[in-house]
Design a protein. Structure first.
Length: 238
């Protein structure tokens, strides 16, 4: 089921509140907003709404046999990439960026935010369908501006289908297959990337994939592999 509301502070915050009150929707149901006035991204960033864009959240109820919960961000990335690829077969240079972005030509097209409460994870997804918000220090893109317009509700239906398939695979233990799918849709292994590591400062190295827990790996100049547990990876430009 896809529930739509004309305006809300944050779809993630609304589902977290419903979880706390015991009135949460079932797994796989979506809460989608026409306008989101207090949207947010990772690390407390503000992500303003754009009318006509997709802004929605869904809940995953964790089971003891599930893969690591943090890998759901990458699973959502696979579903999101597949959705955009299905709608935009001629759109070039669409790639996932660890841990939660979808880029088009190097510009941010979509983002994912996970928030956990007890044995449930709220998965929030924002996609620039009609317009791209201004984000300081980042380039952004929208599907309509790239020549691939799509109505929000039609996109929601496509994304729901891809998400249900990916989530069923995740619950059934096919995280290795989803991990391979994510790597196939992401910046290639060997891409020069940099990240700010809390303990080591700025770290630069060649992308060496992701480990079984969804942690990004960089191969440094001395050959050592450095794990990036949190933060953003950025391409190193010439």
């Amino acid at each position: 089921m896809i529930e739509t509301v004309p305006e809300i502070g944050s779809t993630n915050a609304a589902l977290l509140a419903r979880l706390a009150s015991g009135d949460a929707p079932g797994e796989g149901d979506w809460l989608v907003a026409d306008r989101q006035v207090s949207g947010r991204g990772r690390a407390g960033r503000v992500w303003t709404d754009g009318f006509g864009n997709f802004m929605g959240s869904t809940i995953v109820h964790l089971r003891p046999s599930d893969p690591p919960p943090q890998t759901l961000s990458l699973v959502a990335g696979v579903a999101l990439h597949d959705t955009v690829a299905a709608h935009c077969p001629g759109l070039a240079d669409v790639a996932l960026k660890w841990p939660n972005d979808l880029l088009a030509g190097g510009a941010k097209l979509a983002g994912i935010l996970l928030e956990r409460q007890g044995d449930a994870v709220v998965v929030g997804i924002g996609v620039n369908l009609a317009q791209a918000p201004d984000v300081p220090g980042r380039s952004t893109a929208a599907l309509a501006e790239l020549g691939f317009p799509i109505a929000r509700d039609a996109f929601a239906q496509l994304l729901d289908q891809r998400w249900q398939l990916a989530l069923a695979r995740w619950h059934s233990g096919d995280w290795p297959g989803l991990r391979a799918d994510w790597l196939a849709a992401a910046h290639p292994v060997g891409t020069l990337l940099s990240a700010h590591d809390h303990d080591h400062g700025q770290v630069t190295g060649a992308f060496a994939g992701i480990d079984p827990f969804g942690v990004a790996l960089l191969r440094l100049a001395d050959g050592k592999v450095h794990a990036i547990h949190a933060g953003d990876l950025e391409h190193v430009r010439d």
